[in-house]
Write a protein that binds this ligand. Structure first.
Ligand code: HPA
Length: 270
């Protein structure tokens, strides 16, 4: 596994992915940020050695290197989900690959349902904690100690300095930024009313199907993480409205400029 990762890194370095400072993961409906990357070098997931083999949906999946607002970045456009049949090691392989290139910070985004009744669809939520309901860990494999600690401390999974910086930027640019706990489920089905009720009781403010495995691995690698959810639907168990994945994507698209603004201004100041 370590040798595989070396081969992945060597390929990317050969392609010109040199010393990126920030690794960015773009969630569902949040791909526009890549338009702003200068001098972009694109590597399709299917061409990167040892990257998980892409499904049809993932033909678009690519890793993009370049300069974003003055910083060298590597961006994942399209991520791998457990519901697509990938295991947790595969889902988080790109995180390990980006770290092996020298990434010093991760910015992760996702689309999530709002559980907290004070949060509205179209708003952003910064993660300050999470609940892993995916019934698995990206650290549960034999060779894990070759990559770092096995018993990773999750005392503070999201970097407090990045959190503070994000609030500062949000205030300056009049972006409504909620803060909360993200619950990660496997999906791909959305939740039942009873499940939303349960999520609320256990302390979740938002629910989605990604991010947590990536954050666990970033913590194993001791790379600070900032994660933002774009809230795409309101999950009130007592007044639940039908929702389709198309609507979720459309709402994510609509809220995307705010997320881009937040990422952009943060990248400038960190
Ligand atoms: N559950 C409910 N609503 C959502 C989700 C989810 O996992 N992701 C985006 N909106």
């Amino acid at each position: 596994m370590v040798k595989q990762l070396d081969e992945t890194r060597d390929y990317l370095i050969q392609r010109g992915f040199e010393n990126p400072e920030i690794g960015i993961v773009l969630g569902t409906g949040l791909g526009q940020l890549v338009e702003d990357i200068e001098d972009a070098i694109v590597a399709h997931y299917n061409h990167i050695p040892h990257f998980p083999v892409s499904t049809v949906e993932f033909h678009k999946g690519k890793l993009i290197y370049g300069t974003l607002y003055g910083k060298k970045v590597v961006v994942m456009q399209g991520r791998f989900h457990h519901y697509e049949g990938y295991d947790f090691f595969e889902i988080t392989y790109p995180i390990r690959a980006m770290e092996s290139l020298g990434v010093k910070k991760f910015f992760i985004s996702n689309a999530a349902g709002a559980i907290n009744p004070d949060f509205n669809k179209g708003e952003l939520m910064i993660l300050d904690d999470h609940i892993n309901l995916q019934a698995g860990s990206p650290l549960a494999f034999k060779e894990v100690s070759l990559f770092g600690e096995r018993f990773v401390d999750m005392y503070q999974p999201y970097d407090p300095d990045l959190l503070e910086a994000a609030f500062k930027v949000a205030k300056e640019h009049h972006i409504k930024l909620n803060k909360g706990v993200y619950a990660a489920v496997i999906g791909p089905q959305l939740e039942t009313r009873a499940e939303y009720r349960y999520l609320k009781i256990i302390g979740a403010d938002a629910v989605g199907m990604s991010t947590v495995p990536e954050v666990i691995v970033a913590n194993q690698l001791k790379v600070p993480v900032l994660a933002i959810s774009v809230l795409t639907d309101e999950c009130d168990p007592d007044n639940l409205q039908p929702v389709s994945v198309e609507e979720i994507i459309a709402t994510a698209n609509k809220a995307e400029p705010q997320m881009i603004k937040l990422f952009k201004e943060l990248i400038k100041i960190i």
